[in-house]
Design a protein. Structure first.
Length: 130
């Protein structure tokens, strides 16, 4: 924990406060684009597919975290509210920097899992907030 305290002291000013608000807002925007423009292939352009990453579509290494968790209008609001509630509770307990490090480690773990399996999702990363 000493190394994390040192990193927090050195880089803590670069932490993104209320990270889950931003992520949930982007997820909601992508959901609304898919809802009102059903022919737009937004989610298929953002999904983490390692075969396509190997072909040069490297944005997929980051954009998969913005995919909405549901396709139902009711459940999307419930899920995003719950993500914000849990994420902000953890952030208020740990601090913004430590929560950002936690989420970044989860993103890197999801990318590593996608490298092994060929495909990755953000569902389990967001469920890890429990």
């Amino acid at each position: 924990m000493k190394w994390l305290n040192h990193l927090d002291y050195k880089f803590g000013r670069y932490a993104i406060p209320h990270l889950m608000y931003y992520l949930s807002g982007i997820m909601l925007a992508i959901f609304l684009i898919d809802l009102f423009l059903p022919g737009a292939p937004v989610q298929s352009l953002l999904a983490l597919d390692m075969g396509l990453v190997a072909q040069g579509q490297i944005w997929r290494l980051i954009t998969f975290i913005f995919l909405p968790p549901s396709s139902s209008p009711f459940w999307i609001l419930f899920n995003l509210y719950f993500y914000c509630l849990l994420g902000n509770a953890l952030e208020s307990e740990w601090g913004a920097f430590r929560f950002n490090v936690y989420y970044l480690c989860g993103v890197l773990g999801s990318i590593l899992a996608a490298w092994v399996t060929g495909y990755g999702v953000n569902h389990f990363l967001n469920l890890s907030l429990f």
